[in-house]
Write a protein that binds this ligand. Structure first.
Ligand code: ADP
Ligand code: MG
Length: 896
């Protein structure tokens, strides 16, 4: 069948054969067309009409098309759906082509390899990530399988390599928030350490060291990877990077032009935040996306702390937040810088004002290198560069080492800006085709052509007056339109006066349009000049672009510094605006937060409505059991501790009146299954998996936040697990722990473990009402107040009344005999001594004492049976006077 295809369809087949896994956008004039199965899929996904195209002698071909001007819109939708699109362009003008126009796939748009603004968010990076492990996945996370990561943001040129992510692979990946993962083909069907990203498979040999290393050297024009900081043990990192570059060259070759040197990261430089912690602390994504804070900002930590004013700054802050520092010195460096900017309000204001007009330098630089920059964007680059000297000036007095270093390293790029200034017009057009991109006076030839054109245009404009005189037609007009060119227009009333040399060109409803040989001649001059102007301008613009492209590395370096400055200034602004203080970050153990606030929740209410709280976790009080009724504020307090700790390690000030914080190696946050709003599908198994990973991963330097762990199962199971987990964390791990729970049973832990302390978020009862005080107080809560909360939530009056009755019955039954609890399971009456007895027999209970005193070697079988019956009777509570009829005591005399 293909043999009878038209040449165009053959050309399409070739393109499609090379990109079988992509939809091919095949440029035909003003449209991108899709054929066959692509057409069907494209029509379905994009809601396009499916038509057909004649295919010579062969059967008609299914066809769907999108207009070229709407390209990005459609690409965005396809990429969001996880599809790949190979864009096949016409490589020559139809007029120049001999026969069929040459077409080539110039780029493949995939979720991880996009360059156009429409497909990117300016406030976050878009990482394409290659993943490699010597033993492949499935050996189980942490099986020492030598995970390596290489990541590139094609739009900014940043390249990151993590040669040995080790056990932290999931957390390291999470930091990058990959849009697309590249893995060896042989991994198909195997579980990867991250979900959600679109996955691309490529042949295994791309990841071979010999291929990969060669690729790295070739693309970076270096002789050895050592200069980048690769060490001999980093082979896996090279494998991942080489594969990544090969793939990038396949899908988005122009992006290679703005690649920056790889930045090598090693675990241990920043904190690994696992996915559950990121989610539960709502760092970048809200648990419930429907809730937004003031200014419609998402109610996330990032949403609240982001006071940056440039896209680079916003992206960097996001990365800082996802990679808190774990070494004190760099934290102190950031703090000093922020502190200086908090104190120096005039400097901070000046910097913010100078930063604000700076556009996305990183992406503009990338576009320049890729050859896809418009004159207006070069204008934006010029305007942005023009801010740099002022930024430096504003930092003249900067004393903190980080600010001073940024100032000294900030290349103001005067030469680049001056070059643009000289060549580019003041108000460059949106596209090159609009004309007027190049400044008057820059190029003599261009100026001459423009002079010719303007002269001709002037001449034609003068024609109107002259022809009016010559013909005596006062309403005669000279005009221009794109189809007919220049014309002389005469209304029907005056047709009689039209001279002989007028040639009719177009008839209108109430007049005629003419040209004259003279007008024609001038018109040709204008049009000829226009064409030469366009060619000349294009050449000059390309020259300008290329000369800027040579400096892309310098622009990126300055962009980097601008980003850091923006983040630091933003953090200072935040501290000032929201009343944060500089925490004392130390290398010791104790955490001491005074007047701490939840940075996000406090913004959702009037400032004075949020109740600050003190939290101290020290060596001798390192596990806090936090009890209190539903809605008391337990989860808020727990997260508040985590967020303050995290902010401190980002280098930020914190929402408190005073804070002393150790450097945590990890922050773990887990939320019990039924409390976990994020994953509706979450099961108890997931909850236990997560708990297990904490018990394995936490150290003495970790901060562990557990919210209602053990809730996803029956009460006894749940309490038992929670109990054992807490014991383990207390005894073995010795981490700092806040455990929010509604299981009061856990408050007994404080009696048994020396560094466990009970706290509760207090309420006040007034009659049947309860008032949430939101105040953290020493001691455990004594009951759950579930019914009161239910009443506040609007349960019908009779249901509330009935619930009180039932509760009273259950409590009565349980305190009377201890049988009720087993039967009702989840019901938990007031903490009475019998509760504790049931669950965790106290050492001195009568039963235990009797058992202890017993010597099985010295009683007869008969006595044993009698004893058993008596013990059971006592346990069940049938025999209040059980001890009086003690068979062992009673029988002992006789046997002797
Ligand atoms: P719990 O986990 O104990 O059920 P939450 O932490 O979910 O309770 O808190 C319930 C609500 O109480 C929160 O949504 C918040 O609006 C409010 N809240 C919590 N802590 C405070 C506080 N310190 N000051 C003011 N309001 C608070
Ligand atoms: Mg809660």
């Amino acid at each position: 069948m293909a043999g009878t295809d038209t040449p165009l369809m053959q050309q399409w087949r070739e393109a499609k054969a090379r990109h079988p896994d992509a939809l091919v956008f095949f440029r035909v004039g003003d449209f991108y067309e899709m054929f066959y199965e692509d057409a069907e899929e494209g029509a379905r996904l994009l809601g396009l009409t499916l038509t057909s195209r004649n295919n010579g002698a062969a059967a008609a071909v299914p066809l769907a098309g999108v207009p070229v001007r709407a390209r990005d819109e459609y690409l965005e939708r396809l990429v969001r759906l996880g599809r790949r699109v190979a864009v096949c362009e016409q490589m020559e003008e139809a007029s120049e082509a001999k026969g069929l126009v040459r077409r080539e796939v110039v780029e493949t748009i995939t979720p991880g390899a996009v360059l156009s603004d429409a497909l990117l968010s300016d406030r976050r990076n878009n990482f394409l990530v290659a993943l490699w492990a010597a033993n492949g996945p499935g050996a189980g996370a942490g099986a020492g399988s030598g995970w390596a990561i290489a990541a590139v943001d094609a739009s900014t040129g940043e390249v990151v390599v993590i040669p040995d992510a080790g056990e932290g692979i999931e957390a390291e990946l999470a930091k990058l928030e990959p849009a697309e993962l590249l893995v060896p083909a042989s991994w198909e069907g195997r579980a990867l350490p991250i979900e959600g990203a679109s996955v691309t498979h490529r042949p295994d040999w791309l990841f071979d060291l010999s291929h990969a290393q060669g690729e790295v050297l070739r693309r970076y024009h270096v002789h050895s990877p050592v200069g980048f900081g690769f060490e001999s043990a980093d082979a896996a990192g090279l494998c991942a990077l080489g594969a990544l570059l090969t793939y990038l060259a396949e899908v988005q070759p122009v992006a290679l032009r703005s690649l920056r040197p790889p930045r090598i990261e090693r675990p241990g430089e920043s904190m690994a935040l696992d996915e559950m912690t990121r989610r539960n602390l709502e760092l970048t994504e809200p648990l419930r996306p429907d809730l937004t804070g003031p200014d419609a900002r998402p109610s996330t930590l990032l949403g609240v702390i982001d006071e940056t004013v440039t896209p680079m700054g916003a992206r960097l802050l996001r990365r800082w937040l996802l990679a808190p520092l774990v070494v004190p010195e760099p934290i102190w460096r950031r703090q000093e810088a922020v502190a200086e900017l908090v104190d120096g309000a005039p400097t901070r204001r000046a910097l913010r004002a100078e930063l604000k007009p700076i556009r996305d330098l990183e992406r503009l630089a990338g576009k320049v290198a890729a050859g896809r920059v418009t004159p207006r964007e070069v204008g934006a680059l010029r305007a942005s560069l023009a801010q740099l000297p002022a930024l430096r000036d504003a930092l003249t007095e900067a004393a903190s080492p980080l600010l001073a270093a940024l100032r000294d390293a900030l290349d103001p790029l005067d030469d680049v800006r001056a070059r643009i200034e000289r060549a580019l017009a003041d108000e460059p057009p949106a596209t090159l085709g609009d004309g007027g991109a190049i400044r008057q006076g820059w190029d003599a030839e261009l100026d001459e052509l423009r002079g010719m054109r303007d002269g001709a245009v002037d001449f034609i404009a003068g024609l109107q007056t002259r022809e009016r005189e010559r013909t005596g037609i006062p309403s005669l007009k000279v005009g221009f339109n794109r189809v007919f060119g220049y014309y002389l227009e005469v209304t029907r009333a005056h047709s009689a006066k039209v001279p002989d040399d007028y040639v009719r060109k177009q008839t209108l409803a109430n007049g005629e349009r003419y040209f004259t040989p003279e007008l024609k001649q001038w018109e040709e001059k204008v049009l000829g000049a226009e064409e030469r102007i366009a060619t000349r301008e294009a050449a000059l613009f390309a020259e300008l672009r290329q000369s800027i492209a040579l400096e892309v590395g310098r622009i990126q370096a300055s962009a980097d510094r601008v980003a850091q400055l923006d983040v630091l200034v933003g953090l200072a602004e935040l501290a000032e605006r929201r009343g944060y203080v500089c925490p004392d970050v130390h290398t010791g153990y104790a955490l001491d937060i005074r007047g701490g606030r939840h940075p996000v929740v406090e913004t959702m209410m009037q400032r004075e409505d949020f109740i600050p709280n003190d939290v101290v976790l020290a060596e001798d009080a390192r596990v806090m059991i936090l009890t209190g009724p539903n809605m008391a504020g337990k989860s808020t307090l727990l997260r508040q501790v985590g967020l303050i700790q995290l902010l401190a390690q980002v280098g930020s000030f914190v929402p408190a009146t005073r804070a002393k914080l150790p450097v945590a190696d990890r922050i773990f946050t887990r939320v019990g299954a039924s409390d976990n709003l994020v994953r509706g599908q979450s099961t108890f198994m997931v909850e236990m998996n997560e708990t297990a990973s904490i018990l394995h991963g936490a150290t003495q330097q970790s901060l562990v936040l557990l919210d209602e762990i053990g809730r996803g199962t029956a009460t006894f199971d749940g309490v038992s697990i929670a109990w054992a987990v807490t014991e383990h964390l207390h005894e073995r791990v010795r981490a700092k722990v806040v455990f929010a729970t509604h299981y009061h049973e856990l408050t007994q832990l404080a009696d048994q473990l020396d560094a466990v302390v009970n706290f509760n978020v207090s309420i006040r009862e007034s009659g049947d009402d309860i008032v949430f005080l939101r105040r953290l107080e020493p001691g455990g809560a004594d009951r759950s107040y579930g019914i009161e909360v239910g009443r506040l939530a609007g349960l019908p009056r009779d249901v509330v009344a009935r619930a009180r009755e039932i509760l009273a019955e259950l409590e009565g039954a349980h305190t009377a005999g201890g049988r009720g609890l087993g039967r009702v399971g989840a019901r938990r009456p007031a903490a009475a001594a019998t509760d504790q007895l049931m669950l965790f027999p106290a050492a001195d209970s009568a039963l235990v004492r009797r058992l202890r005193e017993l010597d099985p070697n010295r009683i007869t079988p008969l006595e044993a049976i009698a004893l058993l019956a008596s013990l059971r009777a006592e346990a069940v509570g049938d025999s209040p006077s059980a001890s009086e009829r003690n068979p062992v005591d009673g029988a002992s005399g006789e046997t002797r």
